[in-house]
Write a protein that binds this ligand. Structure first.
Ligand code: NAG
Ligand code: NAG
Ligand code: NAG
Ligand code: NAG
Ligand code: NAG
Length: 501
């Protein structure tokens, strides 16, 4: 109960007995207000995740991108400048939901493919389950990508009161269909049932409308947790023309579409914040906006000045664009927060914000309540970027230093903004570069990873290797089961559906 204004157990009886009468009355008045207001006092939390949004794909960093609403929230909130995510989708979402690094849950080797019966083991209590215990109403809208081969791995069985969204990693933005391993099917749900009404409607609008509905019908006195992982701006690159038309000056067609998709997302966030204003929920609310991983430049995204991209251990794959906003809760606003945090930290941070306590001593996440709300120092000095199982590639951070073992991935450049009329994926060919077995970077002095210091500081490499080996002791095997023909949507009325594991 650290966040409550006053709690009874913080006031010892002796102290109360020694107080003067006036202070006594005042104290009991405060306790009374606290007890009565305790439910309402819990802040609402809106957690917005953009998919595949690059470091340099937000207007508050790159004037090419038109995101006036996101920019306003970011600039009047706190821009996160050292907030790390995983290199790809499922692992990052695993962090948001479980508070554990994916090398502790079996998700470290990549995404859950549509036909593979992968999941996050049930022994991990998901954040909405925890928040429900603290009195929250919980709703999820958008992409899941944390397993669906059995109902028990899906959102309404893992703590969400309601769910509108799709189970897999990506699909057509209008048809809501996906073809994979020769199988085709529809993937959009309301709770556990197929939801066909939005067929033909652009997903950014479907999800924004659903979020607005939830907000407008929400009882203000119950704390709300709204998890809002948009499909935008993952491939396929699709957007209604009115958003693409904002970028007629961009020659590269894919970049033009991609920027349009970001502007549609910006409008969606505007619609959502308008609803939060109208209903007054905004007066006691924390809004978080983050990407799930770095941008894929081969789909017209951009991470400059950072090195690498989605699916790599470079900063371009793992340093997430994001910010927080609150009208009332932040002690300090309008600045760039450089404190180190990781995607696993949101879980315990939200639990503390909700007046709860993280009772799991093994959780990788640490609460960054003080850093985010008060502008205090980060509680974190180190983290694991990832420790792959099959490839044994790994990266860790300790203070200024980053150690990488093996290949950081196959996109290792500082890719420029797509300029010409050529297709991005033609412009940027994947290269298989060779790297020394260990690389060492000073991220504080060299955030763009130009200078490998491993040859210069062998003793620091040895120290970092020891730390990595220590982290590695708790690695669980990656769980990536092979393709299962029972996943075929034809067996479930044309829907990608649970029921095959
Ligand atoms: C979704 O689940 C919630 C909670 O059980 C229920 O109130 C709502 O009616 C359901 N909606 C649909 C469309 O199934
Ligand atoms: C998809 O179909 C093609 C052509 O029939 C076949 O060669 C291929 O093995 C199939 N792939 C899978 C994953 O079933
Ligand atoms: C935002 O709301 C307006 C007005 O209702 C609507 O026309 C527009 O499509 C919405 N935008 C998105 C992205 O949902
Ligand atoms: C890393 O860079 C910071 C900032 O320039 C500097 O203070 C620190 O000494 C550097 N560390 C090493 C090991 O070079
Ligand atoms: C914010 O992050 C960028 C990219 O890593 C870096 O270049 C910049 O120096 C950081 N800003 C501050 C104030 O640390």
């Amino acid at each position: 109960m650290r966040n409550a204004p006053v709690s009874i157990d913080q006031i010892s009886i002796t102290r109360v007995c020694n107080m003067g009468a006036a202070r006594l009355v005042a104290t009991f008045a405060l306790i009374f207000v606290y007890l009565n207001g305790s439910q309402a006092a819990k802040p609402h939390i809106v957690f917005i995740v953009a998919d595949d949004l690059g470091w340099n794909d937000v207007g508050f960093r790159n004037p090419q991108v038109q995101t006036p609403h996101l920019d306003k929230l970011a600039k009047t909130g706190v821009i996160l400048n050292s907030s790390y995510v995983q290199p790809v989708c499922s692992p990052s979402r695993n962090c948001f939901m479980s508070g554990y690094f994916p090398y502790h849950t079996g998700l470290q080797d990549g995404v859950i493919s549509p036909t593979s019966p992968g999941f996050v083991p049930i022994k991990f209590t998901f954040l909405p389950q925890k928040l429900k215990g603290l009195g929250y109403s919980t709703h999820a809208v958008g992409k899941w990508h944390l397993g669906f081969c059995n109902l028990k791995y899906t959102p309404v069985y893992r703590g969400f009161d309601t769910y509108v969204g799709y189970y897999m990693g990506g699909e057509d933005y209008y048809k809501h269909t996906k073809t994979f391993d020769n199988y085709s099917g529809y993937d959009l749900r309301f709770n556990t049932s197929a939801y066909t009404e939005p067929k033909g409607k652009y997903s950014t609008r479907v999800f924004a409308e659903r979020a607005v509905d939830i907000i407008k019908s929400h009882d203000k006195d119950t704390p709300l947790y709204l998890y809002l992982p948009f499909q935008a701006v993952h491939e396929p690159l699709q957007v209604p023309p009115e958003y693409e038309n904002l970028y007629k000056h961009i020659q590269n067609e894919e970049r033009r579409t991609y920027c349009g998709m970001i502007s549609a997302l910006d409008e969606a966030v505007a619609n959502i914040t308008n609803a939060l204003e109208e209903t007054g929920l905004i007066d006691n609310l924390l809004l978080v906006f983050t990407t799930d991983n770095g941008g894929p430049y081969w789909h017209a995204s951009n991470n400059l000045p950072l090195r690498g991209a989605k699916a790599t251990l470079w900063e371009g794959g793992t340093k997430g664009a994001g910010f927080i906003y609150s009208k009332t809760l932040l002690k300090k606003t309008g600045y760039l927060n450089t404190g180190m945090m990781h995607a696993v930290d949101w879980y315990p941070t939200f639990v503390e914000l909700a007046g709860g306590e993280n009772t799991d001593p093994n959780m990788d996440g640490v609460s960054q309540y003080d850093m985010l709300i008060n502008g205090g120092p980060s509680k974190r000095k180190e983290f694991v970027y990832n420790i792959y199982d099959k490839s044994k590639s790994a990266a860790i951070r300790y203070g200024d230093l980053k150690l990488m073992r093996g290949s950081p991935g196959s996109h290792n450049d500082w890719n420029p903004l797509p300029q010409s009329g050529e297709r991005s994926d033609v412009l940027f060919q994947e290269k298989k570069d060779k790297f020394p077995p260990y690389m060492l970077y000073n991220i504080t002095s060299d955030p763009t990873e130009h200078f490998d210091l491993s040859a210069k500081y062998p003793e620091l490499v040895a120290m970092m290797k020891e730390r990595l080996e220590n982290w590695e002791k708790t690695r669980v095997p990656a769980y990536q089961p092979p393709m299962d023909p029972k996943s075929n949507p034809a067996l479930y009325g044309g829907n990608w559906s649970p029921g095959w594991c």
